[in-house]
Ligand binder design. Structure first.
Ligand SMILES: C[S@@+](CC[C@H](N)C(=O)[O-])C[C@H]1O[C@@H](n2cnc3c(N)ncnc32)[C@H](O)[C@@H]1O
Length: 206
């Protein structure tokens, strides 16, 4: 992975190094954050005006948009989950830890989203570089996360730190990727109630 020496040895290791395709074989038609956090994701997408051509990576049956973008491509690991995503206009099954190359043309999306999943990426800088390639100038990559995860599949570096550290990790991914403007870090939910929802987002440089 490009620039992986910026991280300590073992940072991207996981307890469960078996193929992700095995872990994600059973469909999980569940929500991974509470309703307050889901609402916060939808409000953030609405505020950012994500209404055009959007790619949702690490997607499932729910993409949290308040209203359907003109085009929403959902990429994830489970065909049953993705085919149940009623916001998606199309979907693609692809293991980004095996193949981080996005099957799309340069500058083909207005925005890319990644909700409660960045901690599962073992080659995040390759994925972020691909996202920068497929984004149009000015388009954001919006990475959101809370404080829960599938611990056996999350990278060790994520498990060893806290919310503030998670924001710093994603900020560093943006910083190390050519083509993004400086990232913005936000807490999108009120402090102290329910699941926290953090967003780290940056726009494709013009
Ligand atoms: C906690 S779920 C979140 C799903 C959805 N984004 C949401 O907000 O509910 C984590 C998702 O990460 C995706 N994922 C995990 N490992 C992946 C990999 N190696 N390649 C692509 N997607 C992956 C899976 O498809 C899974 O649905």
């Amino acid at each position: 992975m490009a620039n992986d020496r910026a991280f300590p040895p073992g940072f991207f290791d996981r307890t469960d190094e078996s193929p992700d395709a095995v872990f994600y074989l059973p469909e999980r038609l569940v929500t991974h954050i509470d309703q307050g956090a889901i609402t916060a994701v939808g409000e953030l997408y609405a505020e950012l005006g994500l209404a055009g051509e959007v790619l949702d990576i690490c997607s499932s049956w729910i993409s949290h948009f308040r209203s359907r973008p003109r085009r929403l491509v959902a990429m994830g690991m489970n065909e049953v989950e993705l085919s149940a995503n009623d916001m998606a206009t199309s979907w693609v099954v692809q293991d980004l830890n095996v193949d981080p190359v996005l099957p799309f043309d340069d500058a083909s999306f207005d925005a890319v989203t990644c909700c409660v999943s960045v901690d599962y990426l073992t080659r995040p800088l390759d994925v972020f570089a691909e996202v920068a390639r497929v984004l149009r100038p000015g388009g954001p990559l919006v990475v959101t996360f809370s404080n829960r995860c599938f611990p056996t599949k999350a990278i060790r570096g994520w498990l060893l730190t806290d919310d503030e550290g998670h924001c710093a990790i994603v900020d560093t991914y943006f910083d190390l990727t050519d083509g993004f403007e400086p990232a913005e870090v936000r807490l999108c939910t009120p402090a102290g109630r329910g699941d926290p929802l953090y967003a780290v987002l940056a726009r494709r440089a013009r």
